[in-house]
Design a protein around this ligand. Structure first.
Ligand code: FAD
Ligand code: EPU
Length: 345
């Protein structure tokens, strides 16, 4: 059975019945139809940077390598049509060499361009939704593609329609980005606030984002991981006020981000860190020392060890703060995705 280890960034040992890399829509559709004919489950992967394999996958993994970027422009905007298998970070780098600005805050996010809409990737004050014009989708049963506008994608924090209505039987084949020529830097996050908005260049923002990320996020080639393991929890203002009181009692300031609907987003990494879990280990699965929201594979961790660690973290944080963390990472069982909430409860 072919080995999935090189096809996902947690680098956990797992196998699949078949792994097929596809470069064209025809190959993609053929691979899917062949699997259907054999009654085998299928799983589409980009770069596997947001998945955790719990066990061997008893089906066909289709690795999306649809390449190609086209660019057009008018007076006000650059328009990019990016095929889904393009590497996201390479796209960001390439755009800057073309003097197309706006993607720099999303530098160094692993994964494919076609995966970006699924959880509406975000970092340093920018989300994919801010740049998205449309997402192109293949309906595998009808063998037809259609486009959804950004609004139709129902983007939210680490959310979109691709985790719900278009989760099964649909593949994202391309994304359309619309980037204004009237570029304004987004400098609201961390050390980016120190830049002068009048003089800063997109390349400087890009370099600083890369620097911050490299200083705290583990390189998956060194320590297998899937980025933030949990989402940052969003709580009511009442619950936040109670947590704030609790934190103040311990002379702590709780990082928080007020949301437009009055709720408050907390930093899961801070909550985990306050439970003294940095470096905590179950088997070869561990909490990253520099960023507690990232779980790492110290060598030959199993999916079960990562799950046991995630469960322990979830229970410890809930006991200390009354907040139940939800996984951001997608859990893959032998027949396909399984409910993360249930796995770590
Ligand atoms: P995969 O992991 O291959 O797939 C993710 C899910 O989407 C799976 O369920 C898969 O079946 C499905 N899927 C993949 N491709 C398609 C397709 N074409 N059509 C339909 N379904 C598909 N995320 C952020 O938002 N912000 C960050 O700052 C960030 N930092 C990270 C840092 C590190 C070190 C790592 C390892 C991850 C980080 N992530 C971050 C998470 C990850 O980079 C994103 O979720 C990324 O978009 C995943 O892309 P992928 O191609 O690897 O998706
Ligand atoms: N913090 C700690 N200890 C830790 C980790 C964080 O105290 O171990 C504190 C930090 O000091 C800071 C706050 O928590 O005050 C937030 O930390 P950070 O800026 O590192 O960001 P994050 O909330 O942990 C989120 C995203 C990242 C994204 C960064 C930058 C989620 C789940 N994660 O992380 O996305 O890169 O912001 O915008 O929203 C991902 O999704 O995989 C991911 C890496």
């Amino acid at each position: 059975m072919p080995n999935l280890q090189p096809f996902h960034t947690f680098h956990i040992a797992a196998q699949a019945r078949k792994i097929i890399q596809v470069q064209t829509l025809e190959q993609l559709q053929q691979a899917w139809q062949a699997a259907q004919a054999e009654n085998l489950p299928t799983l589409i992967l980009g770069q596997g940077s947001n998945v955790l394999f719990l066990e061997d996958f008893n089906g066909v993994v289709i690795v999306n390598r649809l390449q190609g970027i086209t660019h057009r422009e008018d007076e006000d905007f650059h328009y990019l049509h990016v095929n889904a298998g393009e590497n996201w970070h390479h796209l960001v780098q390439w755009s800057l060499t073309q003097n197309i600005r706006g993607l720099e805050n999303l530098a160094l996010i692993p994964g494919c361009a076609g995966s970006a809409p699924i959880q509406n990737i975000g970092a340093y004050g920018v989300e994919f939704k801010d740049l998205c014009e449309y997402v192109e989708v293949l309906d595998q049963h009808r063998i037809e593609t259609f486009r959804l506008t950004a609004r139709q994608c129902e983007f939210g924090y680490r959310e979109s329609i691709f985790k719900h209505r278009y989760r099964h039987g649909y593949v994202i084949t391309a994304v359309g980005l619309k980037l204004t020529k009237n570029w304004q830097p987004i400098l609201k996050y961390g050390s980016l606030v120190d830049f002068n908005a009048q003089t800063v260049t997109a390349k400087q923002v890009f370099d600083e984002v890369c620097r911050i990320r490299q200083s705290k996020l583990p390189n998956p080639d060194e320590w297998g991981n899937a980025g933030s393991f949990f989402k940052n929890p969003i709580v009511s203002v009442q619950q936040f006020n109670e947590l704030k009181k609790h934190a103040e009692h311990h002379a702590l300031e709780i990082p928080h981000y007020p949301q437009s609907d009055g709720s408050v987003k907390l930093a899961a990494g801070w909550l985990i860190d306050r439970c003294n879990l940095k470096g905590y280990r179950i088997g070869a699965a561990a909490v990253h020392e520099k960023q507690a929201l990232v779980l790492i594979n110290k060598g030959n961790a199993t999916g079960a060890e990562v799950v046991a660690l995630a469960r322990h973290i979830r229970q410890t944080v809930a006991a200390e703060f009354g907040v139940y963390l939800q996984s951001e990472v997608r859990f893959i069982g032998q027949n396909g995705e399984v409910n993360g909430e249930q796995v770590i409860s």
